[in-house]
Design a protein around this ligand. Structure first.
Ligand code: GYE
Length: 381
């Protein structure tokens, strides 16, 4: 089921088109009348002709304005989560590149700095501005129904990217990743790799992402499912808020509380992994390939893959931030009166060095891992 906002938008668009053609007919009729009035019209008709001239001028103005709103630039509002990670920087750049003035868009971009209230305010400001489309990357998964209903009432289609909204379906499309699958992939890889290495006991410390974000929920749930299935011990799970500073802080405290007791560290994004690496370096804990501590990360942005290549991150599970071209497809479909897919999944890869590449399946589906090479790194975001 598609939200009614979609058909309202269509209706509005049709109404504007109808208005333009009516007004254009009016302008043409008025010019004809003016032409007649100057030579042949009886004196009594003259005031009426003057009125028509005024109306025609006004009509031309409205036509110009309306034509600009419909046939010209497409106004897009984007309420971005913040700027907490390399992933986020790549996501923002992707949107700014696609929704550029050169491509025919007028983009209102708001960096919500991880503030849920500010994000809802940003969406409301887009409604006030009368944008044509609203893009939201929801900081947390819940609490969206009221503001999405307001977008719906205003007839503005909403496209959700990356993280999901879990308590409302008042949006046209969602474009993003399967975070549960990412978490499951990490757990299945860990089991296969540990078996290949003869490691019989897993004692894992998890540094999770921003609490309540669907990226955190999915990755935590997916990994926990595998921990339950294979009997891994999860010693602790605390949030690093998807930041390098957060990852470092949590790992510093883990190094004190769990010294010598862990052999796996799972960071829910690369930036947290960088912070955890600094904390382990400072605490004199060796990690990565050839050590007793396996370091798992998510995102696989350029800097993350460089650490895989260096043998510091043992395996990195990709989350693809380049959603904007798919969002543009959704908008093009709506512009032409079509029905876009409700869900669009990004394609992702699981990365490691050759000696850490093992065969594993997720829910019975065989996975193919990708070797990190300089070319792979150069092609990454
Ligand atoms: O993993 C993290 C970012 O929502 C998938 O947010 C995104 C996550 C990503 O800050 O680096």
């Amino acid at each position: 089921m598609y939200p009614s906002g979609f058909s309202k938008k269509e209706e509005k668009y049709k109404m504007k088109k109808k208005l333009i053609s009516l007004l254009l007919t009016g302008v043409m009729a008025a010019s004809l009348l003016v032409g007649c009035g100057s030579s042949e019209a009886p004196a009594a008709a003259e005031p009426a002709a003057a009125e028509v001239v005024e109306d025609a001028a006004a009509a031309e103005e409205v036509v110009a304005e309306t034509a600009e709103a419909t046939d010209g630039v497409i106004k897009v509002g984007f309420a971005q989560v913040g700027h907490e990670s390399d992933w986020r920087t790549a996501s923002t750049k992707s949107c700014q590149d696609v929704f550029s003035a050169a491509n025919g868009y007028d983009l209102s971009f708001v960096d919500c700095d991880n503030d849920e209230a500010a994000q809802k305010e940003a969406v409301r400001s887009f409604i006030e501005q009368g944008v044509d489309y609203i893009i939201i990357d929801p900081i947390i998964a819940t609490g969206w129904d009221t503001v999405l209903t307001e977008c719906d009432d205003a007839g503005i289609p909403v496209i959700i990217i990356d993280r999901t909204v879990d308590d409302s379906d008042k949006y046209v499309s969602w474009v993003g990743s399967n975070f549960l699958t990412e978490g499951q992939a990490a757990g299945e890889w860990l089991k296969a790799y540990a078996d290949a290495q003869g490691i019989s006991e897993i004692n894992a410390l998890v540094i999770s992402g921003s609490t309540g974000s669907s990226a955190q929920i999915g990755r935590s749930d997916g990994f926990k499912e595998m921990a339950d299935k294979y009997g891994f011990n999860i010693l602790d799970e605390q949030t690093g808020d998807f930041t390098e500073a957060g990852g470092q802080e949590v790992m510093e405290s883990y190094c004190k509380s769990y010294a010598g007791k862990f052999n796996v560290v799972v960071c829910q994004n690369d930036n947290e992994a960088f912070g955890a690496m600094t904390a382990m370096d400072n605490a004199g804990v060796a990690y990565g390939v050839g050590t007793d501590v396996i370091l798992i990360s998510f995102d696989a942005c350029t800097a993350g893959l460089e650490e895989v290549k260096a043998g510091k991150i043992t395996a990195d599970f990709e989350c693809n931030p380049l959603a904007a071209p798919f969002v543009e497809e959704v908008i093009k479909t709506l512009q032409s009166g079509g029905t876009p897919d409700k869900e669009v999944y990004m394609v992702e890869h699981w990365y490691a060095l050759p000696d850490q590449i093992v065969d594993f399946s997720i829910n019975g589906e065989a996975q193919k891992m990708t070797e990190v090479t300089d070319d792979v790194i150069a092609a990454q975001y």
